[in-house]
Write a protein that binds this ligand. Sequence first.
Ligand SMILES: NC(=O)c1ccc[n+]([C@@H]2O[C@H](COP(=O)([O-])OP(=O)(O)OC[C@H]3O[C@@H](n4cnc5c(N)ncnc54)[C@H](O)[C@@H]3O)[C@@H](O)[C@H]2O)c1
Length: 285
Amino acid sequence: MKAYQVGVIGAGTMGAGIALVCARKGYRTWLLDANAAVLEKAQAYLQSTLAKDVAKGKITEQQKEETYQLVIPVSDMKELAACDVVIEAVPERLELKKSIFSSLVDICSPDALLLSNTSSISITEIAGGLKHPERILGFHFFNPAPVMPLIEVIHGKKSSKENVEKTYQFAKDLGKVPVLAADTPGFIVNRVARPYYNEGLRILGDHVATVEQMDRIMKKAGGFKMGPFELQDMIGIDINFATTESVYSNFFHEGRFKPSRIQQRMVQAGQLGRKTGEGFYDYNE
Ligand SMILES: NC(=O)c1ccc[n+]([C@@H]2O[C@H](COP(=O)([O-])OP(=O)(O)OC[C@H]3O[C@@H](n4cnc5c(N)ncnc54)[C@H](O)[C@@H]3O)[C@@H](O)[C@H]2O)c1
């Protein structure tokens, strides 16, 4: 099996988990973030997760150290020059993602795969107007990345067939279950999932049920692992809101995808869920 060298851009909720997935496979992984404090938090997360693996007898102390050492924190994109694969996991904003891919096509070798973990933004649009759009694809992990098996592999209008195949194989080499998805808003899973959040928010706005009641009902009666509100807190309210905005806009403002004012206000207040300690629930205790 190929020994990939992987770059991960953005060390937040998704990037830290993605780096762990790669390191556990023995791949040297450069983890980059614009914020040094986030990188430190990501390293603490890697340490504590691997320590749990040791405690459960899954790996030895030495394997833990070796895996941990495979993740190299960096702050300059030029350090990703030797990577075979780069996975971008920065916030869900088109211009930010475009600017990152615009730099990557110059920095990385011509056969490196350039992948975006976007939840909803069109891969065709991210790659549009850039050099080498054939190298840019979607590679959508689910949260938490080390636990969830599925990866959506999204081929943009100009992604080459060869790179789609290489990306699909990379997902399999990571031990994940890839599914090919067309480049449509929200791809497969986020399109299916939108009403779960949106209807929950509408029910909340209509004062039909509380956050706690809905989460409890969906778990007890619906058999869901998580209710819509605890899930939003785990995802990040800003990320979830941006995804809904993007799906709504790219479906030409179809009413069924209309974003919620409740989420908008939470984003404006910086109440972003677990990552800020406060979302629909309080995590400060
Ligand atoms: N949160 C989820 O459940 C989830 C699930 C699947 C996909 N995604 C997608 O993954 C991407 C990242 O989401 P997240 O939840 O990890 O976000 P996040 O806010 O937790 O982390 C994003 C990180 O990117 C960093 N960043 C911003 N600009 C940067 C730059 N120019 N260079 C380097 N780092 C930069 C930020 O400092 C931050 O640490 C988004 O596109 C999102 O839609 C999120």
